[in-house]
Structure formats: structure tokens, C-alpha cells
Write a protein that binds this ligand. Structure first.
Ligand SMILES: [Zn+2]
Length: 305
């Protein structure tokens, strides 16, 4: 960790369900890293999947962060504030502008395949490039903009935690989506554009999002988005359900259920301290921060793959 970097990062949940322990552990880790380094955190909720982004899930995010004491420097403090000021729907023109820039590079193509057709053509969910050379005209409804990933010859991410990691886009996310069938920007575009727009320079996320980081690096390379290319990345291990140390049952309950019990909050901090490998029992956020400040390097290995 470099001490001379002013970290600007974000909590970036998707409100498609109630928060689970994995989400909250990622928030706590982000909060600790930022508060130790005098950085800033923005709460940025990805509500572009309008059908799934329900009011109660957005409220759950804001409430849970508040209950746990995970304060942030920018972002909504209520669902109304979120809808009025911070929703991704407020930035659709911005996303479209970047999609237009990508279209002008000649790397995009329009795809008319259904999910079923993709499965039948590839035997998996990976898109085999069916429409790559069909030159289907853009700006139609019910089509998907994809990007030609054939030019990617190995992509390396310099991860703060794990060093150099190779991302295999050709196998993991070939021809990934830029603009979805419903006309909305894909997660990759919306996340990247927001990171640029809000001057995010430090991205903390689970290792499951490594292919997404690769996809976003590719787009950032194409559009020469230097701030994103210079960002630091920190991909942490995921919390797995069923890990003996952490959860007694096969599936952990939603966090709001844990927090409804008298000892719930202390239990979450204790489970978190076990997850990152702290030797002592820590039951408050303040204690966690003081122990984290002393021993960050010691338990970094615990967070790796
Ligand atoms: Zn297609």
C-alpha cells in the first residue's frame, strides 16, 4: 500500500437482493483500507437493472451501512435522495457518449442472437462471435452491442494484493456486451464510466470480478482513459458459504436478519476479523480499525486466493 496515494474508492453494490455477509465483508474491508489511508468513499448503487433494483433492497444497503457505522463521504443517505440525485439513470447520456466513442473505433458490432441461440451455437454461455462479420446496422431495438475482443493478446492486471494477474478475456468473456438489449449500458461500461466520472483511483472488489476488471481495462485501453489505467486494484478472496470458521449453516442469512439479533453486529465484526485472520476477538468497528492499522501486512496473505 502506498501512503502517498489519496485513495478515492467506492462501495458499489447492486440492489438485486438483500445484502449478504460477503457484500458486507467487502464493505468493511474497503472502509478499513480507506479510513487507514485518509481516503474517500462514495456509495454508488447500480440500479440499471430496473426490474430487480427494488426500493427495499436500496433501503437495505443504506440502512445496513448506517447500522454498522460504515460511513461514506459521498452518496445517498436515503432512497429518495438516491432516486433524485444519484441513480445511474441520471447518467445515461454520459454512458451513451462513451458507447458512441467506442462505436467510432470500429470495434463494436451489433448482435441479434438470443440467449438460447448463443447456448446452441457455443455449448456454453460464452458468445462465439456469430454476428461479428454480419455488419448488422446499429441503433435498432432489441439488439446487443458487443465488442470485438480478438485483438486482446493477454491482459495483465497489477493487483495490490496478488501482484501481476493474467486475465484471459478470450476464454472468460469473449465479445462482452457494451450495450444491452434493453438499450442500457452494460455493467462494464456503467462501472468504468462512473469510475472515471467520480475520479475513483482505487478499486476494491471480490476476485470473482477479475474478468470484469480485465474487460474494463480493455475498454479503457481502447479509449485511452488514463485515470482508470493508472488506478490501483485490490481483488480479495470471497467469503464462501459453508466455510466452517465463518458460518455454521450452509447458507448465511441476509445481513438484516443477523443485525436484528442483540449480538448480531458484534458477531459480524468478529466473523470479519476471523476472515482476515486476526488472532484476537474483535467485536467493534473501532477496535477493528486499530488492530487493522497495526497488522495490515501480516494478514494480507489471508485475503489472497
Ligand atoms: Zn449475435
Amino acid at each position: 500500500m502506498e501512503n502517498n496515494l489519496n485513495i478515492n474508492t467506492r462501495f458499489a453494490p447492486t440492489p438485486s437482493g438483500y445484502l449478504h455477509l460477503g457484500n458486507v465483508f467487502s464493505f468493511i474491508l474497503t472502509w478499513l483500507i480507506v479510513r487507514k489511508n485518509s481516503g474517500t468513499i462514495r456509495l454508488r448503487i447500480d440500479d440499471l437493472d430496473f426490474e430487480r433494483a427494488r426500493h427495499e433492497y436500496i433501503a437495505d444497503i443504506i440502512q445496513t451501512l448506517d447500522t454498522l457505522g460504515l460511513d461514506y463521504d459521498y452518496g445517498p443517505v436515503s432512497v429518495d435522495a438516491f432516486r433524485n440525485e444519484f441513480s445511474k439513470f441520471k447518467r445515461l447520456d454520459l454512458y451513451e457518449d462513451y458507447i458512441g466513442q467506442l462505436e467510432r473505433t470500429g470495434l463494436l458490432f451489433n448482435c441479434a442472437c438470443s440467449k438460447k441461440e448463443i447456448r446452441e451455437a457455443s455449448g456454453s454461455n460464452n458468445y462465439p462471435g456469430t454476428c461479428l462479420n454480419k455488419a448488422i446496422t446499429f441503433h435498432q431495438s432489441e439488439t446487443t452491442y458487443r465488442i470485438n475482443t480478438e485483438s486482446i493478446k493477454g491482459l495483465i492486471i497489477n493487483d495490490e494484493l496478488q501482484g501481476q494477474i493474467h486475465v484471459d478475456i478470450e476464454n472468460e468473456m469473449p465479445f462482452f456486451v457494451i450495450r444491452k438489449k434493453d438499450g442500457m449500458p452494460s455493467y462494464q461500461v456503467a462501472s468504468l464510466v462512473d469510475d472515471i466520472h467520480y475520479n475513483i483511483n482505487y478499486v476494491i472488489r471480490g476476485i470473482d470480478l477479475l474478468p470484469s476488471t480485465g474487460a474494463q481495462m480493455f475498454v479503457a485501453n481502447v479509449l485511452k482513459l488514463r485515470p482508470f489505467l493508472k488506478s490501483k486494484f485490490f481483488h480479495h478472496q470471497l467469503l464462501k458459504d459453508g466455510e466452517e470458521k465463518l458460518t455454521k449453516s450452509q447458507k448465511s442469512p441476509p445481513v438484516f436478519e443477523i443485525l436484528s439479533k442483540p449480538e448480531g453486529k458484534a458477531q459480524i465484526f468478529q466473523d470479519f476479523s476471523e476472515w482476515i485472520g486476526l488472532p484476537e476477538r474483535v467485536t467493534t468497528l473501532a477496535e477493528l480499525l486499530s488492530v487493522f492499522e497495526m497488522s495490515q501486512m501480516k494478514f494480507q496473505n489471508q485475503l489472497g486466493i
